[in-house]
Design a protein around this ligand. Structure first.
Ligand code: B1M
Length: 214
């Protein structure tokens, strides 16, 4: 198989034997982030489709996710870093009830490499913890990630809690596969007294942070 397809297959088959060599070979031909976006994420997409159609069982999805994480960890030192630092602080979390963190951690890497301080709280974070961290770190923004349909409801409840606590001065960034731009920027923006924005991917997350800090 050509290298790109081989990397995709490695994610789908959770095959990490010789993974580092393949990644190094790919690094010789293109930037680390292109490998993530073009090859590894294509593999994860297939995993999602196979799981969604009942052709792949959960333990295999988990194994694929582990190989994805290993790959990103291998590539991370090769990602471009800006030399500007201290551009702003964001508290980042996967919301309550949701364990998906690959996308959130990519957002962390992209923002950190571009000069932001990221307070990454991890997965399954209740809104109270997110609020405490945002206040304690005097964050410029709050980022919430969630992939489950039920997480879109959790995010809505979290925004209502931010209203109730009067914490409406920090823009909120939302991302994750179950969200749509319309839901976030119309429905949720109507009920949140501050500003809430949708990030389709980690790069949009970065450009939104750049807008917030401008
Ligand atoms: Co789960 N899972 N999973 N899963 N899983 C999905 C999300 C699902 C769509 C699969 C499917 O059915 N086709 C489905 C959700 C269905 C729904 O809600 N309607 C699903 C399900 C059902 C479940 C369980 C309920 C399964 C079960 O237990 N029966 C369970 C849930 C557990 C829980 O959360 N309580 C579960 C568990 C798991 C694993 C643990 C096995 C594993 C996660 C491992 C991990 O993350 N550490 C897993 C995986 C890997 C997936 C799929 C296959 C891949 C997700 C992924 O990592 N994608 C996923 C299928 C899919 O998404 N199509 C699926 C790659 C990642 C880079 O993309 O996270 O979308 P993503 O991030 C993107 C953007 O969304 C954006 O940037 C990233 C790219 O640049 N982004 C942000 C994300 N967050 C952002 C935040 C931002 C900005 C941008 O700013 C704050």
């Amino acid at each position: 198989l050509p290298l790109g397809e081989r990397l995709q297959r490695r994610i789908v088959d959770a095959d990490d034997k010789g993974l580092a060599q393949d990644l190094d070979e790919a690094l010789a031909t293109k930037p680390a982030l292109d490998i993530v976006n073009e090859d590894l994420l294509a593999g994860m997409k297939t995993v999602g489709e196979l799981f969604g159609s009942g052709q792949m069982q959960l333990p295999f999805v988990l194994a694929s996710a582990e190989v994805m994480k290993k790959s990103v960890a291998h590539l991370e030192p090769h990602m471009e870093k800006s030399d500007t630092e201290g551009k702003g602080t964001i508290v980042l979390a996967t919301v309550k009830g949701d364990v998906h963190d690959i996308g959130k951690n990519l957002v962390d890497i992209i923002l950190t490499n571009n000069g932001y301080t990221v307070v990454n709280l991890g997965i399954k974070q209740p809104v109270g913890t997110i609020i405490e961290a945002a206040v304690a770190h005097n964050a410029d923004a709050i980022g919430m990630s969630g992939l489950l349909v039920k997480s879109t409801v959790v995010m809505k409840d979290n925004l209502l809690e931010l209203n109730a606590k009067g914490l409406i001065d920090k823009p909120v960034l939302l991302g994750g596969a179950a969200l749509t731009r319309a839901y976030v920027e119309q429905d949720l923006n109507n009920l949140f007294e501050g500003e809430v924005r949708y990030a389709r991917d980690a790069f949009e997350g970065l450009s939104l942070m750049d807008q917030v800090m401008a």
